[in-house]
Design a binder for this molecule. Structure first.
Ligand code: CP
Length: 324
């Protein structure tokens, strides 16, 4: 069984959202279109729609997060769901309770959806095999495997600024090897039909077989940024590095940090993206991060509408419809 069939029900509707890999153009575009509708909710006097009223969503974050956890919580609340935030550090996990037993405990409270972040690749998929059939699981980042809602909020941001995906050249810069975001972005960008996806960084931080994902590899920053429409910067994910792959952050900035000078070779209207958290002076210069070219904070805002769309679509089989 492929990940695609595991994520969709027999009618082809989203049931879980674990990865962008294998999902087709229609489904990814549908997420963006639904997010467009949900984006209007924040401008209403009452920022809520009743779509998930009576449903219970559990935020299950075994790894640190600011953006993803809070925007999932806001998204669930704007859909009128009840939200539980399990604090793993103070939960019974610290007393030795297994993940399986934690899931069973939460299931006994009649929860409908788990939003999962975990250090282990495949954790969200594992959870789909352990929970009752009516429960949807959304991957909020698993190891270096996938971060599909981040990819979709980035696609939403790109579509807002550039319209059509087809003519675009996109450079993803930095620590590709340890990045779940990069993998999810590459699959989504290729499925949505961009002209070219480039990965740019030192050979030590680019997986050997990455070209099989449909990208071009550049070890030289200037060559990699030449003529691109979108520059997507990534931080060094030291928490997932087992070896000393880099001499120093200072040296990394000297070769791969995004500066005003380096950005000059990209298209004049190129946008600068970063999933966050940013490390100023390591992968990106402060004045670029805070410039009008930067859409970093827009990415955060778009996360709410995109996560509302994904949650609503995953619950589609359990709700009347997903019109907002
Ligand atoms: N982009 C992202 O996943 O950020 P957080 O770790 O703050 O959720």
């Amino acid at each position: 069984m492929t990940e695609h069939t595991q994520q969709t029900d027999p009618q082809g509707r989203l049931k879980h959202f674990l990865t962008t890999e294998g999902l087709n153009h229609t489904l990814l575009t549908s997420i963006l279109d639904h997010a467009e509708n949900f984006a209007g909710v924040e401008n209403r006097p009452v920022k809520k729609v009743p779509l998930l009223r009576g449903k219970t969503v559990v935020n299950l974050f075994f790894e640190a997060s600011t953006r993803t956890r809070t925007t999932f919580e806001l998204a669930a609340k704007r859909l009128s769901a009840d939200v539980l935030n399990l604090n793993i550090a103070t939960s019974a996990t610290s007393k030795g309770e297994t993940l399986r037993d934690t899931l069973r405990t939460l299931e006994a409270m009649h929860c409908d959806m788990f939003i999962v972040r975990h250090a282990n690749s495949g954790a969200a998929h594992y959870i789909t095999t352990q929970v009752a059939p009516h429960i949807s699981v959304i991957n909020a980042g698993d190891g270096r495997h996938a971060h599909p809602t981040q990819a979709m909020l980035d696609m939403f941001t790109i579509r807002k600024h550039k319209g059509d995906f087809a003519p675009l050249k996109v450079a993803i810069v930095g620590d590709i090897s340890h990045s779940r975001v990069a993998r999810s972005e590459i699959h989504a960008l290729n499925t949505l039909g961009v002209t070219e996806v480039r990965v740019v960084g030192p050979a030590t931080l680019i997986p050997k077989d990455v070209e099989s994902l449909g990208v071009h590899v550049f070890n030289d920053m200037s060559a990699g940024l030449e003529g691109v429409d979108v520059v997507m910067m990534l931080r060094l994910q030291r928490e997932r590095m087992s070896d000393a792959l880099l001499p120093s952050a200072h040296e990394f900035f000297n070769r791969y940090g995004l500066t005003e000078k380096r950005l000059k070779v990209a298209k004049k209207d190129a946008i600068v993206m970063h999933p966050g958290p940013i490390n100023r002076g390591v992968e990106i210069e402060s004045n670029i991060a805070d410039s009008s070219r930067s859409v970093i904070l827009q990415q955060v805002s778009h996360g709410i509408a995109v996560r509302m769309a994904v949650m609503a679509m995953c619950m589609q089989g359990n709700t009347e419809g997903i019109e907002s």
